[in-house]
Design a protein around this ligand. Structure first.
Ligand code: PRX
Length: 629
């Protein structure tokens, strides 16, 4: 991405009303007095007991925040609101793909969460255990997350697009005893059979004793007696009362595990906490989206990803916002579905991904033009770099030229926004602009030397922040090695992204430097796809790379060596694509498979993906002196 000279200054209307009117002064303070800044942000939440220390760095890189503090994120997301006038404010407006809608006030949300928490309690769910959730985008998904958190159990939400194997591996890693799912969900007019996937996955997940099933689609599913229970039947039992105490947690107690892909091996379960995460998501949400009481906020992400956790569920609810949630595809039944919803519910803040924008852009301006989108005042983007063309379309056609775009750079690991504009920030299309308060990102070379403006290098974060993941479940050494070993001497976090900083201090994120690829904003590891390929009987070896794709950002391109002198064919290509979809999930379906006689390797046997990539893109392969043959 080239640097743009284009600058979009915020309008007077925005700067005059913005919550934060002077970024530079507050930013400077947040660096000079970091702990005081975060203590002030934490003070805006409800604590059962105030913390003794803001930051404990004694066991770097295993930082601790707000130690000694007692809190529960649900106390902040629900309990505090139902004690005020917000009790009758709408917390959630939900629309299903077939068109029905449901609304929940904070009172109703509290009632449902309490009822479900009482059910979970009666099933023996306790503080410290991990409950796996595998659901479509229906209100019961955030309700299930909140019910677990209320009891002090950590949730592990697995995105509904993941396959049998991916799900069972995550259940096993978390040692879950309880799984919450639904009979299915709707996507592009079809039923996604989630219960069928769960039934298969549980054959390989011996720890599971209880499976709670929400009836969403009504299609026939197989229920196993003694293990499977219908949610609506449980919620009708006398024990499902609408009062349930919120468990008092230590600030550092785990709130959730979220699995994400890395360079090698199996997905890692990142651990986030009740205290620091609540402080961080609520602070970033309020300041970046300039949240007002009257806003209608819509984050299009699925709660199966970090964006859904932080900015569909927790960040907005802690701030007492009204959020909008939608079950299905953006272009079903017509490409105006989203714009229709913005108009219908009066959405004022829309947070989505570049891939969705590019996808909807393809259908043409006539679709959004049919709708009155004047209710929008702020837009957001996340998941991958937004190309300036999509940025300008989003700004002009959706935002009517008046809504600033918050291009937020962050990761599952960071818990919330790290590099992001505020509404008052002059914007450059394609740049995530400047650090959020308390952060010191930098672009450095392999040795940690800061690079001159315009030079590409590694993105590092020099200072800890409350929303950071604390560890990888069951593997603290992997946590240390993955993120903190490259700049161990300096104590910096290596993000795994490359980027540039321009002369105005704006950051331009280029992309991953490791073997992570982003397909439609979804994070996948090439290793997962490669191991799915070699699990096929005809495949001897496989290498996977990400190649640029007009809508998806990146697409999956595979190189495969076959066994038994088998010859590649179109049929086999289709079969392998279907095989990967089955093994990992439809989101990992390869775009292209090339059959090869050999793969470029170093003398030590490592596949040189860089060479494959250059070849696929028709570029110069560069230095290949380490190539074996
Ligand atoms: O490469 C960056 C890209 O997404 C990665 C993190 O992926 P994940 O953990 O799935 O979290 C996505 C949602 C926060 C990053 O390492 N990325 C995310 N947001 C942006 C981005 N790249 C450029 N610009 C962004 N705004």
């Amino acid at each position: 991405m080239t640097e743009q000279n284009e600058l979009f200054a915020p309008s007077r209307e925005i700067t005059e009303k913005a919550l934060i009117k002077d970024y530079d002064t507050l930013y400077r303070r947040s660096i000079e007095e970091r702990e005081a800044f975060w203590a002030e942000e934490a003070g805006k939440l409800g604590w059962y007991k105030k913390w003794d220390r803001v930051l404990d760095s004694s066991q770097k890189p295993f930082y601790k925040w707000f130690t000694g503090g007692k809190i529960n994120i649900v106390h902040n997301a629900i309990d505090r609101h139902v004690a005020t006038w917000r009790r009758n404010k709408l917390a959630l407006i939900w629309e299903g793909e077939p068109g029905e809608s449901r609304t929940y006030s904070y009172h109703a949300l509290n009632r449902e969460v309490c009822k479900f928490a009482n059910i979970l309690k009666s099933m023996g769910v306790k503080k410290g255990e991990i409950v796996t959730i595998y659901m479509p985008q229906i209100p019961e998904l955030p309700i299930a997350m909140l019910a677990c958190a209320k009891l002090g159990a950590a949730h592990s939400v697995v995105f509904g697009g993941f396959s049998v194997d991916a799900l069972s591996a995550r259940i096993r890693d978390a040692n879950s005893r309880v799984v919450i799912t639904a009979d299915g969900g709707f996507r592009r007019g079809k039923v996604v059979d989630l219960k069928g996937t769960v039934n298969e996955a549980l054959k390989d997940a011996p720890t599971v004793e209880v499976c709670i099933v929400i009836r969403r689609t009504g299609h026939a599913v197989t229920m196993e007696s003694d293990r499977d229970f219908w949610f609506h039947e449980l919620m009708g039992l006398p024990i499902a009362t609408s009062k349930c105490e919120t468990e008092v947690m230590d600030a550092e107690d785990p709130l959730f595990i979220l699995y994400t892909s890395g360079t090698t091996g199996s997905p890692k379960g990142l651990v986030h906490t009740h205290g620091g995460y609540a402080v961080y998501t609520s602070s970033t949400m309020r300041n970046v989206f300039d949240l007002r009481e009257e806003d209608r906020y819509w984050c299009t992400a699925d709660p199966g990803w970090i964006t859904g956790h932080s900015y569909l569920v927790y960040g907005p609810l802690i701030n007492g916002a009204t959020l909008v949630m939608y079950e299905g595809a953006p272009n079903h039944p017509y490409p105006n579905r989203w714009w229709q919803m913005v108009e219908k519910y009066g959405v004022s803040i829309l947070y989505t991904s570049p891939t969705a924008i590019r996808g909807l852009m393809r259908f043409g301006e006539q679709w959004p033009r049919r709708h009155d989108l004047s209710c929008l005042r702020l837009l957001g983007s996340v998941g991958e770099p937004i190309n300036p063309e999509a940025w300008r379309w989003y700004h002009r056609v959706i935002g009517g030229g008046r809504c600033p775009i918050m291009d937020t750079w962050w990761q599952t690991e960071t818990g919330g926004f790290v590099i992001t504009p505020l509404p008052i920030t002059p914007l450059k299309p394609g740049s995530a602009t400047k650090p959020y308060f308390g952060h010191e990102p930098a672009i450095v070379d392999d040795d940690g030397n800061e690079l001159a403006p315009g030079q590409e290098g590694h993105l590092v974060l020099k200072a800890p922040w409350p929303g950071m993941a604390r560890t990888i479940l069951g593997d603290p050494e992997r946590f240390r090695k993955t993120y903190w070993s490259a700049y161990e001497k300096q104590g910096w976090y290596k993000a795994g992204d490359s980027g540039r900083k321009d002369k105005d201090g704006y950051f331009w994120i280029i992309g991953r430097t490791d073997d992570v690829i982003k397909v439609s904003g979804h994070r996948l590891g090439t290793a997962e796809i490669e191991s799915a390929l070699v699990s096929h009987q005809d495949v001897a070896e496989a290498a996977v790379i990400g190649v640029p794709h007009e809508v998806k950002g990146q697409a999956i391109h595979c190189f495969v060596i076959l066994k038994h002198r088998k010859v590649g064919s179109r049929e086999l290509e289709e079969e392998l694509k279907a095989h990967v979809s089955r093994q990992v999930g439809a989101l990992a379906r390869p775009e292209k498979i090339d059959f090869m006689d050999a793969l470029p390797k170093t003398r030590s046997g490592k596949i040189m993906r860089r060479v494959l990539k250059a070849r696929a893109l028709g570029q110069d392969v560069g230095d290949i002196s380490t190539l074996e043959e």
